[in-house]
Design a protein around this ligand. Structure first.
Ligand code: HEC
Ligand code: HEC
Ligand code: HEC
Ligand code: HEC
Ligand code: HEC
Ligand code: HEC
Ligand code: HEC
Ligand code: HEC
Ligand code: HEC
Ligand code: HEC
Ligand code: HEC
Ligand code: HEC
Ligand code: HEC
Length: 306
């Protein structure tokens, strides 16, 4: 039936309004087919694939007048799922969906900059074109890029440090202001990932032993920084005056190991002869038994107290 047109039964003689001009659409040969072809289908120009489509594919049930006119009324937007709005014709023609002449990718909310502009569609969208359709946050960098080396220790806001140029051009980062671990001395010249390599150190703990271990095996209660800075392990800055035995004279430049032989630094004898027994002159006139500091200080053996 043709509900929107004058019904054939009523047609002869029962001239109605706009549709009354039967000859506009019919010849006198037969009611079917009508005169209307793709070319003369004026109310809605049939181009491209539409010109080849069967009348009934748009006029199912014989609905002519009032057939939907907007692209999205007949075509399900299963590809973009509404993300690009409803004016399909601003990008698509009517021949095929895949040939898109005018397309500014920025309209998707994700402009293609730098390296991305040189990347083929399929690398991101897959051969089906639908790889991103099921992804939660398709525009987030980590959707497509794995930070294999540093992992997620810097959080998920990758764009703070990265742009689609190269992953190497990380902007300068004020480590002293933004963390409790200023980068000083030898640390200041290291590439970031020597410390932030997640494959070696999953979470960066600022304690020196995280990265350097503790050769002293936690054997004393002092802080590493009481003795070390990040220049050379062998440069020791311990303020020995804090102990019960301040260092004077030649002792100030003596190596720690000359007096200390155990890693908890305790149990060192303080009588001069304990360490200097073999230093004294083996001469008859030089005292052997009595306390050396009756006559000597640690400044110089030759400066005699008397
Ligand atoms: C705007 C175009 C148009 C006008 C005007 C028009 N028709 Fe039709 N008519 C059609 C179309 C299209 C068909 C379906 C043709 C087909 O199926 O191939 C049709 C089919 C018919 C049929 C055949 C129905 C059937 O079931 O086989 C009759 C009868 C008919 N029209 C009568 C009329 C009469 C009478 C008038 C004038 C009062 C009229 N039409 C005006 C477009 C029109
Ligand atoms: C791609 C979809 C499509 C195809 C294919 C199509 N039409 Fe249409 N047709 C429409 C649309 C859209 C309208 C306009 C409806 C409106 O504005 O009320 C329309 C309107 C009509 C009308 C009413 C026109 C008028 O002047 O009042 C007739 C009759 C019609 N089409 C017949 C045909 C016939 C016959 C064919 C096959 C040769 C055909 N159509 C193929 C979409 C289509
Ligand atoms: C009244 C329904 C209707 C409207 C409105 C309509 N189309 Fe269609 N379109 C069809 C039908 C039916 C076909 C052919 C069957 C198919 O391939 O889906 C088709 C086919 C197409 C094709 C070819 C599809 C392919 O797979 O090759 C494209 C492209 C297309 N239409 C684009 C559009 C655009 C763009 C608009 C808006 C300007 C639009 N259509 C409006 C019904 C419609
Ligand atoms: C901002 C431009 C734009 C708009 C608006 C737009 N599209 Fe697209 N569409 C594209 C681009 C670009 C493609 C991808 C073409 C390719 O894969 O090469 C595409 C692909 C498609 C495809 C899949 C083709 C395939 O075979 O994978 C369909 C279907 C489609 N669009 C339908 C629609 C419909 C329906 C609308 C309106 C609701 C619409 N599009 C609106 C740009 C647009
Ligand atoms: C670097 C990755 C990347 C490249 C290359 C890329 N896109 Fe996209 N595209 C995206 C992202 C991310 C989105 C946003 C996803 C969304 O909204 O679903 C998107 C969205 C789209 C959309 C709308 C959503 C959809 O899936 O239909 C279309 C269409 C589209 N891109 C087409 C293209 C075409 C055509 C090309 C090649 C010229 C291209 N893209 C190249 C990443 C890319
Ligand atoms: C939808 C997937 C997708 C998203 C989202 C995405 N990219 Fe890409 N990106 C690619 C693809 C594909 C390439 C090219 C292939 C490659 O080199 O990995 C690329 C290349 C790059 C490159 C160049 C890589 C190199 O080694 O030269 C950088 C840098 C980059 N993207 C950064 C980003 C940043 C930053 C973000 C977030 C703002 C982002 N990308 C979001 C897919 C994506
Ligand atoms: C605080 C800054 C910062 C943040 C935030 C950040 N990165 Fe990085 N990223 C770096 C640094 C530094 C490098 C090493 C650069 C170099 O090669 O010198 C790097 C390297 C990379 C590399 C190349 C090395 C590799 O693992 O293949 C990728 C990929 C990468 N980042 C992805 C990401 C992703 C994805 C995110 C978000 C989840 C992210 N980055 C967040 C600083 C950051
Ligand atoms: C010598 C080792 C070392 C180097 C080199 C280094 N970092 Fe760090 N970084 C750390 C440590 C340790 C922490 C933890 C500080 C804290 O807990 O306050 C940290 C913390 C951070 C944080 C904070 C993470 C958070 O949880 O908020 C960021 C971001 C960061 N570093 C980025 C960088 C960047 C970018 C570079 C290169 C310019 C860099 N780091 C170089 C050791 C280093
Ligand atoms: C997140 C890791 C990390 C932490 C924490 C860290 N460092 Fe380092 N440090 C390094 C790296 C990497 C080097 C480069 C040389 C190496 O691999 O030993 C380095 C180098 C050094 C050097 C120079 C070694 C040499 O032989 O050139 C010293 C000294 C040093 N650190 C002291 C410290 C002290 C003291 C602390 C605690 C305040 C500390 N570091 C905390 C990673 C770290
Ligand atoms: C009381 C002082 C003191 C404290 C506290 C201290 N160290 Fe040392 N450390 C030394 C001395 C002395 C040496 C030997 C220097 C030499 O070889 O000349 C040394 C050597 C080292 C070396 C180099 C070992 C080697 O084989 O070359 C490392 C690494 C080191 N310390 C790490 C640490 C760490 C980590 C801490 C904190 C857990 C720490 N130190 C605490 C005094 C100290
Ligand atoms: C001339 C000998 C001598 C030299 C050299 C020396 N110390 Fe000592 N140190 C002592 C004596 C003696 C004590 C007191 C021991 C005691 O109280 O058991 C002491 C105490 C300490 C203590 C305190 C131990 C505690 O638990 O109270 C530390 C730590 C220490 N020394 C570290 C060092 C370091 C580091 C160096 C090298 C920079 C160093 N010493 C060089 C003789 C020396
Ligand atoms: C725990 C061991 C130890 C004790 C106790 C000790 N010394 Fe020393 N002394 C050293 C070491 C180690 C050096 C530096 C290496 C060397 O020159 O033998 C040194 C250096 C000296 C020097 C400088 C030597 C030179 O050639 O410049 C003098 C002087 C000295 N001690 C005097 C004393 C006196 C006096 C006492 C007692 C008050 C004393 N020492 C107690 C270990 C000790
Ligand atoms: C009664 C005072 C006295 C006592 C006690 C004493 N010495 Fe001496 N010592 C001297 C004199 C005097 C010299 C010669 C200084 C000179 O040559 O100018 C000397 C010289 C030395 C020298 C050699 C200096 C040089 O450059 O050749 C050493 C080493 C020394 N004493 C170590 C010791 C030791 C170890 C003890 C404790 C066992 C000790 N002395 C106890 C008075 C004393």
């Amino acid at each position: 039936m043709l509900p929107s047109l004058p019904s054939p039964a009523a047609a002869p003689g029962a001239a109605t309004t706009a549709s009354a001009d039967c000859a506009r659409c019919h010849t006198t040969e037969a009611w079917r087919p009508s005169r209307i072809t793709a070319a003369s289908h004026q109310t809605f120009a049939l181009r491209g694939a539409h010109a080849a489509a069967a009348c009934a594919s748009c006029h199912a049930g014989g609905t002519f007048v009032g057939a939907p006119r907007t692209c999205d009324a007949c075509h399900q937007d299963s590809r973009h799922r509404g993300r690009l709005g409803t004016s399909c014709a601003s990008c698509h023609g009517e021949q095929t969906w895949t040939e898109v002449a005018r397309f500014d990718h920025a309209r998707t909310g994700f402009a293609l900059d730098h390296q991305h502009a040189r990347t083929g569609c399929k690398a991101c969208h897959g051969t089906s074109g639908r790889r991103l359709a099921t992804v939660d946050r398709p525009t987030a960098c980590q959707t497509c890029h794995r930070p294999a080396r540093h992992g997620l220790q810097f959080g998920a806001r990758c764009a703070q440090c990265h742009r689609p140029t190269t992953f190497r051009d990380v902007p300068s980062f004020d480590h002293a202001a933004r963390t409790d671990f200023p980068l000083e001395l030898r640390h200041s010249t290291l590439p970031c990932l020597t410390c932030h390599d997640a494959r070696q150190r999953p979470a960066v703990n600022p304690a020196c032993r995280t990265c350097h271990g503790d050769p002293h095996r936690a054997s004393n209660s002092f802080d590493c920084l009481d003795c070390h800075r990040s220049d050379r392990w062998r440069i020791i800055r311990f303020d020995h005056d804090l102990t019960s035995y301040p260092l004077v004279g030649g002792h100030r430049v003596a190596s720690c190991g000359g007096c200390h032989s155990n890693p908890n630094w305790t149990g060192v004898r303080t009588d001069c002869v304990a360490c200097h027994a073999f230093d004294r002159p083996q001469t008859a006139d030089h005292p052997m038994e009595i306390t050396c500091d009756d006559c000597h200080t640690a400044t110089r053996w030759r400066a005699i107290l008397r």
